[in-house]
Write a new protein. Structure first.
Length: 174
């Protein structure tokens, strides 16, 4: 069971199967998967495959993560607890050994500071409660919004893999 967190405007609670359809719906908003090529292929375009999309999301819902890690659903405190998106703290690509933070929000909530507010809480939890030495975020080099979020929460550019579209940001404790 994951801890629940609250900010001034948001509630972060453990993601449950009740959130499944909301996550599927969010992924179908074209801007949401713009910088996630592997997901974009199965959500939209000529190779879209509803069954593969649902299977991909279901695997993430059902995966076992280390104690204190997983996905949190982000909801507004006001406006009847509207689904904003999710934030994760899991082993990289669900296998590790690196631990990654990531976020995905519905476009109507972009530009409001929600991603920064949410990611800051989870990163603080990762460092203070879980005592993680390093948390990374691999962000598509064209995803300026997520790059700004990573920088605002104190993550620093680490590297870009050769022939990769992703930049690695990290928060490292000494």
């Amino acid at each position: 069971m994951l801890s629940t967190f609250e900010t001034d405007r948001l509630i972060l609670r453990e993601r449950t199967l009740e959130d499944f359809e909301k996550c599927i719906e969010m992924d179908r908003e074209p801007e949401v998967v713009d910088y996630i090529p592997e997901l974009q292929k199965i959500v939209s375009g000529t190779s879209a495959n509803e069954k593969k999309h649902r299977s991909f999301v279901k695997q993430r819902f059902e995966a076992e993560y280390p104690e204190g890690m997983g996905y949190w659903t982000i909801e507004t405190k006001e406006d009847h607890k509207k689904f904003v998106g999710w934030v994760l703290l899991i082993p990289l690509d669900a296998v590790g050994p690196d631990i990654e933070i990531g976020w995905r929000l519905r476009p109507k909530y972009w530009g409001k500071g929600y991603a920064t507010e949410t990611a800051r809480v989870i990163l603080q939890y990762a460092v203070e409660s879980l005592k993680l030495k390093e948390v990374i975020a691999d962000i598509h080099k064209m995803n300026k919004g997520s790059i700004r979020v990573a920088e605002k929460i104190g993550m620093a550019y680490k590297r870009t893999e050769e022939a990769s579209d992703y930049m690695r940001f990290a928060l490292t404790r000494h």
